[in-house]
Design a protein around this ligand. Structure first.
Ligand SMILES: Cc1cc2nc3c(=O)[nH]c(=O)nc-3n(C[C@H](O)[C@H](O)[C@H](O)COP(=O)(O)O)c2cc1C
Length: 172
């Protein structure tokens, strides 16, 4: 899909609605060229250190975790309506067991600004380089949220990705 460079906040309301439902696609690539993708439902777009930032939350149990640890980069890809079922697969199947891109014939292209692939059929993508990361501090988390989301294990790592490029299709 043809995309042109846009501001990081282009159609942000739409992107945030899709983050909630069905989710966005977080893609990452290792130095050996292997790529992986997973669905994210939680995240934040804003301004930090005077830079546009996309914060994503990744549990250490995810295969994606080792990709971002290695590359310190990721892309966030906004799925088209036609990709809904793929978003479901990417939120339930791990790349440890299945090459999701290959199995579903989903084409990717290397990012222009970061060492991570972007998904060709997505109408908007964010290319992000990790500026900072930190682990959730359980003792600092409100009790009801801890119980609802963690139950004492697999606390998220937060990756603050500086948005080095945002690209959108003309009809997004
Ligand atoms: C709608 C939805 C949203 C999700 N959001 C997140 C998220 O924000 N962070 C996370 O670590 N896992 C999230 N997950 C779970 C991962 O997408 C899922 O465990 C995936 O299989 C991990 O793939 P991987 O092991 O190939 O990295 C979500 C799943 C769904 C269905």
């Amino acid at each position: 899909m043809e995309r042109t460079r846009v501001n990081y906040d282009y159609q942000l309301t739409k992107t945030l609605a899709l983050l909630r439902n069905p989710g966005l696609l977080l893609a990452s690539t290792k130095a050996n060229g292997q790529s992986n993708v997973m669905t994210i439902g939680w995240g934040s777009v804003g301004v930090m250190w005077a830079r546009p930032v996309f914060v994503v939350m990744v549990r250490p149990s995810r295969y994606t975790y080792e990709f971002i640890e290695e590359s310190q980069a990721f892309t966030v890809n906004v799925p088209s309506e036609a990709m809904r079922s793929f978003v479901g697969v990417c939120g339930t199947r791990s790349g440890r067991d299945l090459d999701k891109f290959a199995a579903y014939h989903v084409a990717t292209t290397p990012g222009q600004m970061v060492p991570a692939v972007t998904i060709d059929d997505c109408p908007m993508v964010y290319e992000c380089r990790v500026a900072h990361f930190n682990d959730l501090i359980p003792a600092n988390l409100r009790r009801d949220i801890e119980e609802a989301s963690y139950g004492g294990r697999d606390y998220h790592r937060f990756y603050y990705g500086e948005i080095l490029g945002a690209y959108a299709a003309a009809d997004y």
